[in-house]
Design a protein around this ligand. Structure first.
Ligand code: HEM
Length: 492
């Protein structure tokens, strides 16, 4: 072989080697780029569901997430509730998942929940109809509406409920009554009456059905819930029919049902069935969440006396200015800075909605991981809120952390604080919930002092709640001494 052919051979070999290395490296990086997050799928069929449930049945479910995050990082693969699932404890990843709702991901509820919600509930809607109905819901719970008339209703109904409180009070039950009656008022303009009491009895059974996991369809609670759903739907249908007649005669009310009559559906108006499903889903979405947050705020405050004292001082001043009977005004609500710190901190620590399930509608590559089409994804809000990197002493209830917080800028905790989710499915009731909570706190601290009636503890499965529904012994407070003291200070 001449030196020329030798050079050509060497050149060819070198080129082949370089191409081979490039392809190999590309494949490796591509594989790496497209790899599933690391993790453990656990046992066949059950996966890691049992470990998750037993952790969430205790007061401290954090080790379930902490262990996996320390082993695999903030995005890991697991197998829960019957499916392989990508679990995200990463704020950036969560934001990506929430923002890409309807494009790369869609919300995903099991069939048993869909049966209870009804096909036409907002939680199950997709696409342009979802967009329209989401903004319609927002328009019924936003600041102008709250300021205009909802605040007055909330104030009146919270007060009405608390009027009957004496001795031992099962706080979670009372908070549930309050939120149920508030929502019925907002949806249908009904004040508490025999009809609403009966509706609530059936409705409570429907709610129990949601949480009879993991083997919903086989449980008697679930079957009872389905029957109760039929009764609730029938009761609502009668109201819808009556009100439709009124609407056809040119009468309408300024409530959610009135707004639904005015919407034109898919061009032809909504059917009664569609309206009933929609109303029922709104009842479900705001009921357990807000009432549990109310109860937990009181529990956390009871366990943090300095915070309770500061909250009382803020609310006592407002009450002293208003006098005993006058209702709270919008300006009063806007002038409760420490109460808002308590609300934020309760939402952060309690994490009523611990995270949201989504399903990838196509292959998604994010942060070097591959999420295959059809896979379940769980964006854990809880893991982010309780991470020490995001919040100092993250596992301690500390409402003062929200003081002097500018709420903007890249290092603000607000950037990773998402108790109401985000993106197109961000909770449309977020402002309503804040107002309800603030008014509730105002009336409980100005109206009563209390002590826990029994030891009670927080659990997180099947939902976040206290085991004994937080029983307390209440005593009406006499505000007159506070007012006299304030008057004498002001007179000086
Ligand atoms: C403290 C109280 C509340 C919390 C923590 C809360 C939290 C959330 C979260 C995290 C989501 C997002 C779910 C997802 O992305 O899949 C959501 C959705 C929703 N929330 Fe709330 N919520 C609260 C109160 C309320 C209230 C009072 C209402 C009443 C209007 C409400 C109505 C809804 C509805 C209708 C949705 C579904 C939105 C959609 O799918 O487009 N929520 N909520």
């Amino acid at each position: 072989m001449g030196s020329n052919s030798m050079a050509i051979l060497l050149y060819t070999l070198l080129s082949l080697f370089v191409s081979f290395i490039s392809v190999f490296l590309f494949r490796r990086t591509d594989r790496r780029r497209r790899r599933l997050p690391p993790g453990n799928l656990g046992l066949p069929f059950v996966g890691e569901t049992l470990q998750l449930i037993s952790a969430y049945k205790t007061e401290n479910p954090e080790p379930f997430i902490d262990d996996r995050v320390s082993k695999f990082g903030p995005v890991f693969t697991t197998h829960i509730f019957g499916e392989p699932t990508i679990f995200s404890a990463d704020p950036e990843m969560n934001r990506f998942i929430l923002q890409n709702e309807g494009r790369l991901f869609e919300s995903s509820y099991p069939g048993s929940i869909s049966n209870l919600l009804g096909r036409h509930s907002l939680l199950l809607m997709r696409g342009s109809l979802h967009k329209r109905m989401h903004s319609l819901t927002m328009s019924f719970a936003n600041s102008p509406i709250l300021k205009d008339h909802l605040l007055a209703d909330i104030d009146r109904l919270v007060r009405l409920n608390m009027e009957s409180w004496t001795g031992r009070v099962q706080l979670l039950d009372e908070a549930k009554k309050i939120t149920f009656h508030l929502t019925v008022k907002q949806l249908l303009s009904f004040d508490p009456c025999e009809w609403t009491q009966n509706l609530m009895k059936e409705y409570v059974l429907v709610i129990e059905g949601f949480f009879s996991v993991p083997f919903r369809i086989f449980s008697s609670t679930y079957r009872r819930a389905i029957q109760a759903r039929t009764k609730v739907a029938e009761a609502l249908s009668l109201v819808v029919m009556e009100r439709r007649k009124e609407w056809e005669n040119g009468e309408n009310k300024n409530d959610m049902l009135g707004a639904l009559f005015n919407e034109d559906g898919n061009g032809g108006g909504f059917s009664d069935e569609e309206i009933v499903d929609f109303l029922l889903a709104l009842l479900v979405a705001g009921y357990d969440t807000t009432s549990t947050i109310m109860t937990l705020a009181v529990k956390f405050l009871t366990e943090t006396p300095a915070a309770l004292a500061q909250l009382k001082e803020e609310q006592d001043e407002i009450r002293a200015r208003l006098g005993k009977m006058e209702g709270l005004q919008w300006e009063d609500y806007k002038n409760m800075p420490f109460t808002q710190c308590v609300v934020n901190e309760t939402l952060r620590v309690a994490n009523i909605i611990g995270g949201v399930f989504r399903r990838a509608t196509q292959d998604v590559n994010i942060k070097g991981y591959a999420i295959p089409k059809g896979w379940k994804v769980f964006a854990s809000l809880r893991a982010v809120h309780l991470n020490q990197d995001n919040f100092k002493d993250a596992r301690t209830f500390n409402p003062w952390r929200w003081q002097n917080n500018s709420n903007t800028g890249p290092t603000s905790p607000m950037n990773v604080f998402t108790p109401f989710g985000g993106g197109p499915r961000r909770c449309p009731g977020y402002e309503l919930a804040r107002v309800e909570l603030s008014v509730f706190l105002h009336h409980i601290v100005t109206g009563f002092s209390w002590v826990p009636a029994e030891q009670d503890k927080l659990v997180f499965f099947p939902t976040t709640r206290t085991q004994k529904r937080y029983p307390i012994i209440v005593q009406p407070r006499d505000m007159s001494s506070f007012r006299q003291c304030k008057d004498s200070i002001e007179a000086k």
